[in-house]
Design a protein around this ligand. Structure first.
Ligand code: HEM
Length: 390
């Protein structure tokens, strides 16, 4: 049977290469943290599968979108589960990718000759965020409509091309059916194609350059990779760890989807802005940091400065391998780089938390606090009714 196919397809050399790859030794320090890339790939596969199932019933028009998603959740058999897996899956992927990027940062996996592996990886993270942004609008709920309005405002603040880019993203001045059509095309065609191309490039480079050793860049060059990893365990032993972590992640995902089914709020109403609109957690730092720029900064408006700041941070992150050029990979020998990385990470988390708290009323130990748009608490009189966020 195998010979029949091989005579026609000629796949024997490919199988041989894969077998060889399974036996290749890995650097000795590679452990559980090196399983997150594989887990991300499996989670993406689950997204594609559940996404295809959702597409069988979803209708991308302003009139029908909300009703079609309601039907998926309430009438189609197991529709609520498929939707739950897809919605929760988007959060899991972003979380796992952030952890994967942190691991690569911690162990200097982005250094020569793996700079392009990092760049393709950061682009993949951006694609995951693009999936989150475009997918959020598709159910056409109040929350998704207004959160999309808030997040896409950034495009309008770009210097010189603000109007044109807002038009490109929204298909008009406001979020409308044209935006829904564009986001649908991005979500089911453009981003998946970009994803497949970039994952292929990323994994090709991981297989070609192999996992970075703990030794510094010069030692890898001078002594040669094979010598450094000669005593390491073969890849197939690590593969069992990768499969274990991926299965645990999928199990957790299913648990969340079953215990906390995806919610569908009210249908979008472009004429009434609901209070306390916030984007998804992974956009909160980007959304909040822009508020701290003063409205008028002389030659720039605060909005433009905020967007440029976020753009600059993304470019610095993308080109990190060319900014941190020290040859060391071992985290113990890169104390300052790791410290700077930790400070940046804590700052991003802090701004995200301030974004979460902003414009909210919360009760702590019987006292009521109103958080202003900057996330600063102000004591207020207790009023009847549940506090915000409940
Ligand atoms: C769909 C998204 C992604 C997939 C499927 C993926 C997959 C993988 C896999 C399977 C590995 C092998 C080792 C491991 O799992 O740790 C790896 C390594 C690597 N990834 Fe990713 N990755 C993704 C996103 C990212 C992101 C967001 C970054 C950086 C911001 C990144 C940067 C890297 C680098 C530099 C390596 C080589 C590290 C080393 O040799 O130590 N990847 N990736």
């Amino acid at each position: 049977m195998g010979a029949w196919f091989d005579r026609r397809l000629g796949f024997a050399p490919v199988i041989q290469k894969l077998r060889h790859h399974l036996r290749e030794p890995l650097p000795k320090h590679v452990g559980w943290l090196w399983t997150l890339g594989f887990t991300a790939a499996i989670l993406f596969a689950v997204q594609i599968l559940t996404g295809i199932l959702l597409m069988l019933y979803y209708k991308p028009t302003a009139d029908a979108a909300y009703e079609s998603v309601r039907r998926i959740g309430e009438e189609i058999p197991a529709g609520w589960l498929v939707r739950g897996l897809h919605v929760w899956g988007s959060h899991f992927i972003v979380g796992v990718l952030i952890l994967h990027a942190l691991r690569v940062f911690l162990y200097g996996g982005y250094k020569k000759p793996r700079e392009l592996t990092w760049i393709f990886g950061v682009l993949l993270l951006m694609i995951a965020l693009g999936f989150g942004l475009s997918g959020y609008l598709l159910p056409w709920t109040q929350l998704s409509y207004w959160a999309t309005t808030v997040v896409t405002e950034g495009a309008g603040a770009l210097p010189g091309i603000g109007g044109a880019s807002l038009e490109l993203v929204r298909g008009g001045e406001q979020v409308s059916e044209a935006t829904l059509g564009r986001f649908f095309v991005a979500h089911v065609i453009l981003l998946p194609v970009a994803l497949v191309i970039l994952i292929s490039l990323h994994l090709y480079l991981v297989a070609r350059l192999r996992l970075a050793p703990i030794e510094d860049v010069r030692t890898e060059e001078e002594q040669g990779y094979e010598r450094l990893v000669a005593e390491g365990k073969p890849y197939h032993l690590h593969l069992t760890k990768e499969v274990t972590v991926a299965l645990v992640a999928v199990g957790l995902l299913a648990t969340c989807a079953i215990l906390f089914p995806a919610h569908l709020g009210a249908k979008a109403d472009p004429f009434s802005t609901p209070p306390g609109i916030k984007p998804e957690w992974y956009f909160l730092p980007i959304y909040q940091v822009q508020k701290y720029f003063p409205a008028d900064m002389g030659f720039l408006s605060g909005k433009t400065a905020g967007v440029l700041f976020v753009g600059l941070c993304s470019i610095l992150f993308l080109f990190l391998p060319f900014i941190d050029r020290s040859p060391e990979r071992d985290p113990h020998r890169r104390k300052w780089t790791i410290r700077i990385g930790m400070v940046v990470m804590l700052a991003v988390i802090l701004v995200g938390v301030l974004g979460f708290l902003s414009d909210r009323r919360i009760e702590v130990f019987g006292k009521a606090f109103q958080f202003d748009p900057y996330g600063v608490p102000h004591a207020v009189q207790k009023v009847e009714g549940p506090p915000d966020g409940h």
